[in-house]
Design a protein around this ligand. Structure first.
Ligand SMILES: [Zn+2]
Length: 227
């Protein structure tokens, strides 16, 4: 059993960064909920949240929740600000396990793959409280810049937030060797002879659609790109 704590940055009286009609605390909660929902499709994963609604928690409380649960991994999701663009991830800049570094490598890479045309600002290290105070391997992701108009336009799309979450989840799948609960069924006729189609996503960028299609094909789904 892999126990993962998902930490939506900020909340309640602390909105985090605010710009372009967006609040960091809302975006982080939305991404974290997508991650949790996607993770529920895997076996042997136990998901916990530091918050599932709009409430304030001290940084130390967030770390304490993960420590008390004796979690295997801690992910803190944030949105960047301060004049820049792109994605970056952080681990603690003190002593960390080799697993911490390995997990950052794979999760960072999968997020970059999932979010398409976004600048890779690199894998970084910093003395952040949630990274320092958590006893298990931990990562903090900074998912685009809320105060950059182009980044903000992406962050306004729920589909983009889902792609961000998907990147986190595929990273976790690879880092922890997670397996899906059930094998996907190939197209199946119902007793009435009808075929039902399931659409998985809508993308403004065909490259992103093709990327998701490739992932799904690898998993055995029949895939058609429409549009
Ligand atoms: Zn933040």
């Amino acid at each position: 059993m892999v126990r993962i704590v998902l930490d939506a940055g900020h909340g309640g009286k602390d909105p985090g960064a605010v710009a372009n009609g967006l609040k960091e605390k809302d975006l982080t909660l939305s991404i974290v909920k997508h991650i949790g929902r996607l993770l529920s499709e895997y076996e042997g994963v136990e998901v916990h949240y530091t918050r599932t609604d709009d409430r304030f928690l001290e940084l130390s409380e967030r770390a304490a929740i993960a420590n008390k649960l004796n979690a295997d991994y801690f992910i803190s999701v944030h949105i960047n600000a301060g004049g820049g663009t792109g994605f970056e991830s952080y681990i603690y800049n003190g002593n960390v396990s080799s697993a911490t570094i390995a997990y950052q490598n794979v999760i960072h890479e999968e997020i970059m793959k999932a979010i398409g045309d976004v600048r890779d600002r690199g894998k970084k290290r910093a003395n952040y409280a949630v990274l320092r105070e958590t006893k298990m391997p931990a990562i903090l992701t900074e998912n685009l810049f809320i105060d950059n108009p182009n980044d903000a336009a992406k962050l306004k799309s729920e589909q983009f937030l889902l792609q961000v979450a998907y990147g986190h989840v595929i990273g976790l799948e690879k880092a922890f060797g997670l397996k899906k609960k059930t094998k996907p069924q190939p197209q199946q006729k119902t007793s009435t002879g009808k075929l039902y189609r399931v659409q998985v996503g809508a993308f403004s960028d065909r490259k992103n659609a093709e990327k998701l299609a490739e992932e799904l094909k690898k998993k055995g789904y029949p895939v058609y790109i429409v549009g």
